[in-house]
Design a protein around this ligand. Structure first.
Ligand code: CP
Length: 305
């Protein structure tokens, strides 16, 4: 039974809690995109979207999810807030909290920022991505998408490919997949697939062509140029040659392999356009499932308000 005020990371959730969220989200998939089915479960509740980093999918789907449940939503422009005048993170969130907000959806470039905020405010805090640490709602919508196609996680082999080192999505997905019983192989050049990830129970592979054939899911990641410090691989051309998911590589994969990507995609870099738009890809389904997952979370967390 769900009994949490905040959602800060996948690491803190049990397999049973993850499954409970997926079951509730599965229920919402039928109505999440249908405006005529708006409920009043969160009527009178206020949701503040506080994105200190850019977002399209996460921000819009949280907004739609809250609206579907009847909440009022304030989507703050953080770059146009008093943060630009030097107001601290603590003073900013305490100010918003003082206005009686019930939920704060926070994305921040610093790992751990949502955890800190949860200790300061009376609102429920949902982590919408913190630095390179976690992106729990992305992992939950990914698990829902995989479950809808593959039914069971036991014995499932998921290849996560690309810039693992800088990816909060990779980290949250890896933790969720292991808790649910899947096998995970992290694939990429040694500089972007650090050995430390093996300690979380994943295999590590540097040769995509050798690792692709027995994967049931291929989860492609973009190179996070905004988080790269120094030169992490010789050239983008070489990266594409060895790690892009394109037509020839797809012919080495299982015919029913599920192709996923959290977005935003860099078409032609980590994934070829015809694969991104092809019959195995479920990228837009992931986006749609994001609304259902965020509705489920707001609904379940509302019991704490
Ligand atoms: N997947 C994801 O978090 O996308 P946005 O950055 O657009 O929210």
């Amino acid at each position: 039974m769900w009994d949490r005020k905040h959602l800060l990371g996948i690491a803190e959730l049990s397999a049973e809690e993850i499954t409970e969220i997926l079951d509730k989200a599965q229920h919402y998939t039928a109505t999440a995109l249908d405006e005529s089915t708006t409920s009043d479960k969160l009527r009178g509740k206020r949701v503040a979207l506080m994105f200190f980093e850019n977002s399209t999918r996460t921000r819009v789907s949280f907004e739609l999810a809250a609206q579907r449940l009847g909440a009022s939503v304030t989507a703050m422009q953080m770059s146009a807030s008093s943060v630009a005048k030097g107001e601290s993170l603590r003073d900013t969130v305490l100010t918003v909290d003082a206005m009686g907000v019930d939920f704060m959806v926070v994305r921040h470039s610093s790992a751990g920022a949502p955890h800190q905020i949860a200790g300061w405010v009376s609102a429920s805090v949902l982590n919408a991505g913190d630095g390179t640490h976690e992106h729990p709602t992305q992992a939950l919508l990914d698990m829902l998408t995989i479950r809808r196609h593959k039914n069971d996680f036991d014995g499932l082999r998921v290849g996560i490919v690309g810039d693992i080192a800088h990816s909060r999505v990779a980290r949250s997905d890896l933790i969720a997949l292991k808790k649910l019983g899947a096998d995970v192989v992290l694939i990429g050049p040694p500089t972007l697939v650090p050995g430390a990830f093996a300690q979380l129970g994943a295999e590590v592979a540097h040769n995509f062509d050798n690792a692709i054939h027995n994967c049931d899911v291929l989860y492609m990641l973009r190179i996070q140029c905004e988080r790269l410090g120094g030169q992490q691989f010789p050239s983008m051309r070489e990266y594409c040659e060895f790690y892009r998911l394109d037509g020839p590589r797809m012919r080495r994969a299982k015919p029913d392999v599920l192709v996923m990507h959290p977005g935003p995609m860099n078409r032609g870099i980590e994934i070829a356009a015809d694969v991104a738009d092809g019959p195995n890809a479920v990228v837009l389904e992931q986006v749609a499932n994001g609304v259902a997952v965020r509705m489920a979370l707001l609904d379940m967390m509302n019991n704490h308000r």
